[in-house]
Design a binder for this molecule. Structure first.
Ligand code: NOJ
Length: 717
């Protein structure tokens, strides 16, 4: 419902004032910003202090005819002052309340500086690790992405956008941006209605349901139609079908990009197409670059609708009544509690990929630290504000925590360079130590926007370094800091333990030393070769499935497990030159504790369609005992396998998960409610989409990872 204030304002605005509200200018210089605001600019991308933001707000409120305050947007992606792990790492925590808490902290810090809107979360499901932006999202899985996206929206916005610590969330990039052809950023997407509904739209639907204030259009085309001009999806699905009453924001120059996309003849055409399609705020200032004679290109009713949406958001944020922030209350330095939260998150995000018992480190007398991340203080990852404080180094932390150990550092290689002599020196040093910790990965410049890679191995000579020290026979621990799944096939079998630490090093030492027991799970599969990409565990069935001999029932298709015992049949879906499955599947991760799972149980073996339609649920549960002598977290995952459906179903689909700490000998029953949402899927044809549950048998796979699930069957009648 549009308020009386907004209706009144819209009725009094000139066309130029209206257009001013419908654009956000990206990082203007302060003088330019004031001039733009005097002209009536409604929104600004403005990574500045509370004082500078208040000063600009003052221009909007005191020096413009209608005194409409500004919307102040920023990419607060994984923290403002306190830098949390990158979103992909946050997904690896499998801990939505933690993700919500991190977003709430980021919101409080950002709002205290005057920002009212963040361009986050990114909920693009992606199965292509070549795409550098996977670091900004929650990985390959629809349910995990939707759950984490919802948690972030709740964290940023709270219950009341006008509360001091709340900011408007922008879910992005609508839609299917995570499936660019060739994994190349900004490239075309050709997603069928089936794929759109069942994969790409779901996480946006969840975020919109959670009340996300804004949605950002993506740079890509979908079936030839650039998203900034896509009426079917922006208006048809998002605004009309889902009833989204918030603001659709364009991505940077996405409207101008309609020209090189060759769907607009000139800027006026591009602006018209975008607003007709359902855009509300353009990013970059294209409308004001129009020739005044062309200003009428936007349909007047559409113009008023877009302006009303923007003003309603400002009203919800409370900026009409409280346009300024208290400059004395600006949070400029993370306090101890914020640091502790970020460190806890970083530790919970680590995924122990393999371990022969070398970890946790047992107070070695001589430890060699090598690799480009050994002494680096840059562990923050892509997309941090310039004022994010650098983290400490792994070397310093190890020295502090292991006073009895001689911690030697032999750099070995850089990210991209390294001579034979450097590598030989590291190898020689390794021979004099009890254990070697190799800290390798990608620098943050290799991840994020416009950072696609065609090679997923460690860059430079880092693999040579690992192999050189591994050749000594000394136990080797590899710590990976990266923003995407990597191909590790050429060295993984030569080392004792591998810890995936993403780009969040603050807590790595806690995990290496066993102060924290790792229990993160992979949010994306690690391929064994770049040729397998795109890769995901939830791929659709094929009519010619290949199976890993001996380890799976014949009807269980390749579900992300792999085995060297290649497929039995010639005419099956496989590569001739590669064993089946990824290196590590989605959901993989181990830890220092061990758990025993009883057989999963259903609260009832059958449920009727009528009950499901009426909101009925049943419960699947499993009793888990910690059989270790130390406390640890178990992550229980529930996957659905639909045995017969009217369309080829995914071979498995995550529908629920939970992470809990269990003390030694503690037993806990993990329970999950399953209903229509978990058992159904979207049926699409060219024009319509409907969510259905079909009768039949469903196998529920419950366990700690895809490799270790146990099944129970459910009948929907
Ligand atoms: C382009 C990116 O695609 C988007 O995610 C970001 O929010 C904007 N630039 C603004 O920085």
């Amino acid at each position: 419902m549009t308020s009386a204030r907004v209706i009144d304002l819209v009725s009094r605005m000139t066309p130029d004032e209206k257009l001013g509200q419908l654009q956000i200018i990206f990082r203007p210089r302060p003088d330019d910003a004031a001039a733009l605001v005097r002209r009536g600019l409604g929104a600004v991308f403005w990574p500045r202090s509370s004082a500078a933001t208040n000063a600009l707000q003052r221009v909007a409120v005191e020096e413009t005819r209608l005194g409409i305050p500004l919307l102040v947007g920023l990419d607060v992606v994984h923290g403002q002052r306190t830098i949390a792990p990158v979103p992909l790492a946050q997904a690896a925590t499998f801990d939505p309340p933690l993700v919500e808490a991190l977003a709430a902290l980021a919101a409080a810090e950002a709002r205290s500086g005057g920002a009212t809107m963040t361009f986050s979360p990114m909920v693009d499901v992606s199965r292509d690790p070549r795409w550098g932006r996977v670091v900004e999202g929650f990985g390959e899985d629809v349910h995990l992405t939707a759950t984490m996206g919802r948690a972030m929206v709740r964290g940023y916005q709270g219950d009341d956008l006008s509360a001091p610590g709340a900011i408007a969330a922008t879910v992005k990039h609508f839609v299917a941006y995570g499936q660019p052809e060739g994994g190349r950023d900004y490239n075309a997407v050709d997603a069928s209605p089936h794929r759109l509904r069942n994969v790409h739209l779901e996480s946006f639907r969840a975020a919109v349901d959670a009340g996300a204030a804004a949605v950002m259009a993506s740079f890509n085309t979908v079936a030839g139609v650039p998203m900034h001009a896509n009426h079917t999806l922006l208006t048809g699905v998002l605004k009309e079908e889902w009833g989204f009453a918030g603001v659709v924001v364009g991505d940077a120059d996405g409207v101008r990009n309609l020209l090189p996309h060759r769907v607009a003849a000139d800027l006026a055409d591009a602006v018209r197409l975008a607003y007709d399609a359902g855009l509300d705020i353009e990013m970059g200032g294209a409308p004001w670059d129009l020739d005044p004679a062309d200003l009428a290109v936007i349909d007047p009713a559409r113009l008023d609708d877009a302006v009303a949406r923007v003003l309603s958001l400002k009203e919800a944020l409370g900026v009409f009544d409280t346009p300024y922030v208290d400059e004395h209350a600006e949070i400029t330095t993370p306090d101890a509690a914020s640091r502790a939260l970020a460190r806890r998150a970083a530790a919970r995000a680590t995924v122990l990929l393999r371990n022969d018992g070398t970890l946790p480190l047992k107070a070695p007398r001589h430890l060699l630290l090598t690799g480009p991340y050994a002494e680096s203080t840059d562990h923050l990852g892509a997309w941090t504000q310039s004022f994010g404080a650098p983290a400490g180094s792994i070397a310093d932390a190890l020295r502090e925590r292991l006073p009895q150990t001689e911690v030697r550092v032999a750099g070995g290689t850089g990210f991209f360079d390294g001579s034979d002599d450097d590598i030989s020196a590291a190898r020689a040093a390794a021979q004099e130590c009890d254990v070697v910790v190799v800290c390798v990965g990608e620098p943050s410049t290799l991840t994020g926007e416009a950072a696609s890679r065609s090679d997923l191995r460690l860059p430079g000579r880092q693999e040579d370094l690992i192999r050189a020290v591994a050749g000594t026979g000394i136990p080797i621990v590899v710590v990976l800091e990266n923003g995407r799944p990597l191909v590790v096939a050429d060295w993984i079998d030569d080392v004792s333990a591998v810890l995936e630490a993403w780009q969040a090093a603050a807590a790595i030492v806690d995990v290496l030393l066993g102060a924290v027991n790792p229990a993160g799970r992979l949010p994306m599969s690690f391929p064994r070769s770049v040729g397998q990409v795109p890769i995901d565990y939830a791929h659709e069935t094929t009519g010619r499935p290949a199976t890993v001999r001996g380890s799976l029932a014949a009807e269980s298709q390749d579900i992300g497990l792999h085995g060297p015992d290649n497929v039995q049949e010639k005419f099956t879906s496989k590569y001739l030159d590669l064993d089946l499955g990824p290196q590590f599947a989605f959901g993989h991760g181990t830890g220092y504790a061990t758990f025993a799972h009883a057989a999963p149980q259903l609260s009832r073996p059958t449920i009727t369609l009528g009950e499901l339609e009426a909101g009925g649920t049943l419960t699947v549960s499993v009793e888990v005992a910690n059989t270790a002598e130390r406390a640890g977290d178990e992550v229980v995952q529930v996957y659905v396998e639909d045995l017969v459906a009217s369309i080829a179903p995914p071979v498995r689909r995550l529908v629920a998960f939970d992470r809990r700490t269990l003390d030694p000998d503690e037993t806990h029953r993990f329970s999950f409610a399953l209903g229509r949402e978990q058992l159904g899927f979207w049926l699409t044809d060219a024009a319509t989409a409907r969510f259905v549950v079909e009768p039949g048998v469903f196998r529920l796979h419950v366990g700690s990872t895809l490799e270790s699930t146990q099944a129970v069957e459910l009948v929907v009648e």
